[in-house]
Design a protein. Structure first.
Length: 303
């Protein structure tokens, strides 16, 4: 989607929020925090941009919305979503955090198209006053995606100064050797797959070995989709670098409260079950907190 067409589908609201219009839908940005383990504490390190469609002012399931998008429009809608996320990130998120944005590599079968899209994205970054070094391009590695196309896309992102994350590792037909060949900066473990392994001691041991193998190549690991406190403890124990999930923070629609939360005391963290929960910048990591308080981490901090 040329930048002019993408911006033609964007509405700027008085509060600084950018929204998209696509047919009968209003498209909004939501951001979910990603926490990093550091020196026995958890700190917000990044945010992932997530699309939230509305129809007649009512929220719709993203998967249902995308099922209704014609194949010929999928590329345009995904480009519009990224543009929204970048504009809203520039307006509402802390300036020192990274931003994860999603790409479907199967939509990029031409190197000229890849370069054109990434150049347009750089222009949006300039408008949003975001540095390219803050952007993480998140892709899914699948056998069905032509490997040379995926490699070209990853190389082009890297040439533009963006970091690379491979999503959903462990799902379907993902393969460690193919992932290693892409030399990503980050690998996100598929939530369902990782949580199944977390349930058993052999599974935990396997996770630990796999994390160590990725670390040996200089690749950071994110465990996503975590919903219970004990899962945070396992993630820390097996060596995960970052974690993401409702147990720590739910996605918030822009404009977010996340920039404000940087200055909030960790003791004011919201209780579990509050849908408007705000992530805190530095809280005790699960294992160190359990050692101090002998309570489950997930009981104090929740989505």
């Amino acid at each position: 989607m040329p930048r002019s067409i993408g911006l033609a589908h964007i509405v700027r609201l008085q509060d600084g929020t950018s929204e998209g219009v696509w047919g009968a839908y209003v498209l909004k940005s939501a951001f979910q925090p990603i926490y990093a383990f550091s020196d026995g504490k958890l700190s917000v390190a990044a945010f992932e941009g997530l699309l939230r469609p509305f129809r007649s002012a009512l929220p719709q399931r993203p998967q249902d919305f995308f099922l209704q998008v014609p194949a010929a429009d999928r590329f345009h809608v995904e480009t519009l979503a990224r543009t929204l996320h970048l504009l809203n990130a520039g307006a509402f998120l802390p300036r020192d955090k990274r931003i994860f944005v999603n790409f479907d590599p199967s939509l990029f079968g031409d190197r000229q198209l890849i370069d054109a899209v990434l150049r347009d994205m750089r222009l949006v970054l300039h408008e949003a006053q975001l540095d390219a070094s803050r952007i993480v391009c998140e892709v899914t590695e699948q056998k069905s995606v032509f490997q040379e196309t995926l490699r070209q896309f990853v190389d082009a992102c890297r040439n533009h100064g963006f970091a690379i994350a491979v999503d959903d590792y462990g799902a379907e037909d993902s393969d460690m050797e193919r992932v290693m060949a892409l030399r990503p900066d980050i690998v996100k473990f598929d939530a369902s797959w990782a949580k199944r392994l977390m349930d058993t001691e052999p599974g935990k041991a396997l996770l630990s070995v796999m994390v160590e193998q990725f670390h040996g190549r200089g690749i950071g690991i994110v465990f996503e989709g975590l919903e219970e406190g004990w899962q945070l403890e396992v993630a820390e124990a097996v060596g995960a670098d970052m974690i993401q999930g409702f147990v720590l923070g739910r996605p918030e629609l822009a404009p977010t409260s996340f920039a404000v939360s940087e200055h909030t005391d960790a003791q004011d963290a919201p209780k579990k079950g509050n849908p408007g929960s705000t992530p805190q910048p530095a809280v005790a990591s699960p294992l160190s907190q359990r050692r101090r308080q002998q309570t489950q981490f997930g009981r104090r901090f929740g989505g």
